[in-house]
Every structure is written in C-alpha cells, then in structure tokens.
Ligand binder design. Structure first.
Ligand SMILES: Cc1cc2nc3c(=O)[nH]c(=O)nc-3n(C[C@H](O)[C@H](O)[C@H](O)COP(=O)(O)OP(=O)(O)OC[C@H]3O[C@@H](n4cnc5c(N)ncnc54)[C@H](O)[C@@H]3O)c2cc1C
Length: 567
C-alpha cells in the first residue's frame, strides 16, 4: 500500500494552497491531493470566491509566493465599493458611493477561480505533490497507531493509501465533519445566487454623467468589487481576468425570500424589482450564450466543533466553518487555517509533541470565527440604512486592518508567546478586541430604529480618514514579537477612541447626550435594548475625545453636528 506523509481530501483553493504551503516549507514531504473533478477547471464559471482582501492576498503573494502569477494572469483589485439605498436607483451617479478614489498602496486581486486553481494544480505538482483528478474519496479510516487509511475511487476502481496526516479540504462535502459528526449550526441564515456573464462589464458605462465618470481614474471603478446594497441584500459585480464578469445576489430571507431569486429567471426579475439599472444593463448580456452558469446556495453559513486534532487529522477551508461573503473574507480564513495546520504538520514531522499547540490553535481559530459572527448576524437588516452602513463598514475595516491582518502578516498566529500575551488574560488586548467589536455591532443594531434617512449625491472615501489610511498602510510592516504586541496595544487604544467617537455622535443624535461626553468604550449602548447597561462615564476607563479621531469620524457623519462640548 502506498504511503504518504499527508493526504489532502479535495483539490479546491484550500487543499491546493495547503499542499503548496507545505511543499514550500519542506520539499521532501510526500503529499497526495485527491480531487473528484475529472478535468481541469473551466475559466470563469468554476467556483464562487473571486475577490480577495488584504490578509488573503498577503497569503497568496507572500506566503505562497505566487505574486508574479497573480500580477500577470489575474486582475488587480481596486478595493470594495458600495452603492447604497436610493430614491433614484436607475441613476448610478446620484447614489451614495463608498470606495477608494486613488490607487491603493496594499495590493489585492480579482481571481478567476478556474485559471487560478489550474495554475495551483500545476505548481504544486511541479513541486512534487501527487495530484489525482477524477479521484473521489470513498472512505477514511483514522488510526494513529496503524496509520490512517484513505480510500478513493478512480476509473471505477477503489484504491487505498496510508498516511500520517489527513487534511480534509473537501469544501461543503465536509468528509470528516460528517464522518466524525462535529457539525455545528450557525445562526446566520442568508442565501446566495450567482452567475457569470460573458464579457467585460464596466459600471462607468452605466451613465453618461462625465463628471461622475471622471471622479476616478478610468478603469478603477471597473476593478473594484462592486456592491449594490439595500435592506436585506447586496448584489455584487466582480470583473475577472478571463474578461468575463461575476454577478451575485446575497440576501436575508427575512426580507428577500430565497424563492424570489433562486433560478436565473427569478434572479433577473428580482433585479428588475430591486436594482433596476443592473437589470437594464445585465439582462441583455445574459441572453443566449452570454450566460455562462447559474448557481445557488441556500443557508451557506455553517460552523464546526473541531478543526485540528492531536490524532493527526484536520479540516481546512469550507469543510470547517464558513460565515459570510460580505467583505470577501473566504481566502483570509483559508490563509489562517492553512497556516495553523501546516505549522502543526511540520512540527509533528520534525518530531515535536504538538499536543499543546493543537489545543491552542483550535481554541484560537474557533474563537476567531465566533468573534466574527456578530459582524454579519442580523446585519443584513441594516443594509438599507446608509448612515449606519457607512459607519459599520469603516468600523469593520478599521478592526480588520488594525488587528487580524497585521497579526497574520507578522506570522503572529503561530507564535505562542504572542498568542499568550494577546489572548490569555481576561483583560488582554485580544480579548478586549473581541468585546469591543461585539459592543459596536450591538450598537449598530440598537441604532436601527432611529435612523432611516435616504441620502444621495455623496462620495465617501475610506482613505479620507487618517486612521483607516494608517491601519491599512501598516498591515505589512514587519515587527518583532515585542513590537507587534506593543503595536496591537496601540491599535486597540485607537480603536477604543474610534468606537467612542462614533458613539458620541450616535448618542447625541438619538439620546441628546453631550457631544463631548467621556465614555468607557466597553459600556457603549444607547439604553434602548432589553439588557441595556448603564454607561460608564466616570471611571478611569472613560475616555475623553481625541481631536484627530473626532475629526476622522466627522468625515463619515452625514448630519449637521452639534457643537463639541465636554460633558
Ligand atoms: C456566495 C459566496 C461568495 C463568496 N465570495 C468570496 C469572495 O469574494 N472571496 C473569497 O475569498 N471567498 C469567497 N467565498 C468563499 C469561497 O468560495 C470559499 O472560501 C472557497 O471556495 C472554499 O474553498 P475550499 O477549497 O474550502 O472548497 P472548494 O473550493 O469547494 O473545494 C473543495 C474541493 O473538494 C472536492 N471534493 C469534494 N468532495 C470530494 C471527495 N469526496 N473526494 C475528492 N474530492 C472532493 C471538490 O470537488 C472541490 O474541488 C464566497 C462564498 C460564497 C458562498
């Protein structure tokens, strides 16, 4: 029976990148990737998951080292771009638009998943990975003592191989999760439908308003991941390097039942009702051969009880947890998952006892997913409220750039000293980060009944806020363990100021509190929900306004502001 160090179940993005990461680190590791698809992937209409953001991009470019491929064959991305609720949705130029205006210092990409996965298959085989197409995993027998046995069917025959490690990268097939029964429901019930259209679609052409078109350099809007947003949904437009376009609807069934967009015909009708301009521009392109595919996914979010085991098995990618595609974090989670997993495999292969690390990595990974849930849970209900969404998006980006992206780019997730200093104590910066994030997400929901104004004719650029610009620019700065902890502590202080500055404006509007009020950021609330806490405005933790952060936060406030006074 053939023996491998690692057998990877599934050759999608997670499995292929894991094999590459392992081979880069230890070229003599023997790896077998089993992929049930018979042939090479098709371009454009292969898989969903085309837009990358900073953390995942860093992984692809710097950790896996495929920067040259990405620059030559995939599109550079010009950030995430949002168009909000409007009375005049058939006039794109009049909608409130949020997105970067000038070229970005930190790269990201729009991926044609077919082209990318074909390249990754080729590259990992070049490095010595055995990869079989048309090989469907039929059974996994886990035995630490005798060695795991993986069986697969290829060409009608069943073959069994032995291995030290099994990495489940089978996506939603979730081979190990089903076998070992560690499924866990995720209380987030949104659905998605997506399709690919032949040809280039540039939203700059959706109006003849020259002033609006020239506000950005030609071609930059085209390179953004575009979101058209309103209550309960967003519709994406993503350009692909194969000169095709990806379109998708993601919606909360409480506002948009899945049955209203779960076939192509219904999705087109749904656009006619909700996004009339997109309907007008896209419907003709989907006729005949213009429509390359149409796919749906009901209730795509799922959780997991387990990820890494001392028995030398693990899950990676969607075979573990999956949360939500808003902000395009799928590749980020694969990056973190594969980095934890390859660290465990490499240490184990070097003879190290990995028991402690397995437990720390699993707890950290699951805690990370849990802390991310409030970013999405019930938040589709906010999507028709421009002022709330603008502030939420900026808050979510600030948090993402200030802490997880910076930690990942500094390889901090596999450094036990950093993990301990950041997460072990109840008042450690990492734990405070989770608490502050939850407080803010609750604030956005609490604010909802008080904020419903529809705005128009505004452009808002995240990089007009010095704090966002600084966080994003600093992601890739390399720091030693002591410096990274200090930096996260500094970033947490800025985030606390940012949170309190947002709260001051919201609370002044809703509750009439003094605009310069001192507040402990961890007690922020509007006092409107059932379990409302009392605001702490007196203790040493209560923060006074910081003029530079206040100035930044004012940029995203659409209302006239009350004069600043100290409470
Ligand atoms: C609506 C939506 C939009 C998204 N948008 C984005 C985005 O913009 N950016 C982003 O980064 N992420 C996005 N994602 C997430 C992204 O799609 C996933 O993170 C990514 O595709 C997961 O990769 P994977 O390798 O885990 O799974 P997959 O890509 O599904 O790969 C699993 C592989 O396993 C194979 N397989 C399954 N069972 C077996 C078996 N028994 N034997 C052998 N092989 C098997 C399958 O054929 C497949 O190739 C989105 C997700 C959704 C639902």
């Amino acid at each position: 029976m053939q023996q491998y160090d690692v057998v990877v179940l599934g050759g999608g993005l997670a499995g292929l990148t894991l094999s590459l990461q392992l081979k880069n680190a230890k070229p003599d590791l023997s790896i077998l990737v089993l992929e049930r698809r018979e042939n090479e992937a098709t371009t454009a209409a292969h898989k969903v998951g085309e837009s990358t953001v900073e953390l995942g991009t860093h992984y692809l470019r710097e950790v896996l080292g495929i920067k040259d491929y990405l620059e030559e064959h995939e599109l550079p991305k010009h950030g995430l771009r949002f168009f909000f609720k409007s009375h005049t949705k058939d006039d794109i130029a009049s909608r409130v638009e949020l997105g970067p205006r000038l070229r970005l210092p930190v790269p990201s990409h729009q991926l044609d998943r077919g082209t990318l996965e074909n390249y990754l298959m080729w590259l990992t085989q070049e490095k010595g990975t055995d990869l079989l197409l048309g090989a469907k995993v039929s059974n996994v027998d886990l035995s630490v003592e005798a060695g795991h046995q993986v069986s697969y069917i290829k060409g009608g025959e069943e073959v069994t191989v032995k291995c030290r490690w099994v990495a489940d990268a089978s996506g939603r097939a979730s081979v190990l999760k089903r076998k070992l029964k560690f499924q866990k429901p995720m209380e987030h019930h949104t659905n998605a439908a997506w399709w690919r259209l032949k040809g280039v679609i540039d939203i700059d052409d959706w109006t003849d308003n020259k002033e609006w078109q020239s506000f950005l350099e030609p071609g930059l809007r085209y390179l953004s991941t575009v979101h058209f947003m309103d209550s309960g949904y967003w519709l994406w437009v993503i350009p692909l390097g194969s000169k095709n376009t990806s379109i998708g609807i993601v919606a909360d069934p409480a506002v948009h039942p899945f049955e209203t967009f779960n076939t192509y015909e219904k999705a087109v009708e749904w656009m006619k009702q909700n996004e009339p301009l997109a309907y007008k521009m896209l419907e003709p392109l989907g006729q005949g051969e213009g429509l390359l595919d149409f796919k749906i996914l009901k209730h795509y979010a799922h959780h997991t009880e387990r990820i890494y085991s001392t028995d030398r098995w693990a899950t990676t990618g969607e075979s573990g947890p999956f949360l939500d595609p808003l902000y395009s974090p799928g590749t980020d989670f694969i990056a973190m998952n594969n980095s934890w997993l390859s660290d465990l495999i490499l240490r184990d292969m070097a003879g190290e006892d990995i028991t402690g690390r397995v437990s720390i990595y699993e707890q950290s990974h699951i805690a990370l997913v849990d802390s991310w849930i409030p970013v999405y849970q019930n938040k589709y209900l906010l999507m028709g409220n421009t002022q709330i969404m603008v502030i939420k998006i900026f808050w979510d980006w600030a948090s993402y750039w200030a802490v997880p992206s910076h930690l990942f780019a500094n390889k901090a997730f596999t450094n036990l000293r950093i993990l301990k200093d950041l997460f072990a104590a109840p008042n450690s910066p990492g734990r405070k980060f989770g608490r502050l994030h939850k407080v803010m997400q609750d604030l956005f929901l609490e604010w909802l009944p008080f904020e419903n104004r529809i705005f128009s004719n505004r452009y808002i650029d995240p990089f007009d806020l010095a704090v966002l610009r600084k966080f994003q620019e600093e992601i890739e700065i390399q720091r030693g363990p002591t410096e990274i902890i200090e930096q996260i502590e500094k970033n947490m202080c800025i985030l606390e100021q940012f949170a309190v500055a947002i709260f001051r404006l919201v609370s002044a509007e809703v509750n009439g509190t003094a605009p310069g009020i001192k507040v402990n950021p961890y007690t922020i609330n509007l006092g409107k929900s059932e379990n409302a806490m009392q605001l702490d405005t007196e203790s040493p933790e209560a923060i006074a306004p910081d003029p530079s952060i206040t100035k930044d936060v004012d940029v995203m406030w659409f209302y006239p502001k009350a004069a600043m006074t100290t409470a």
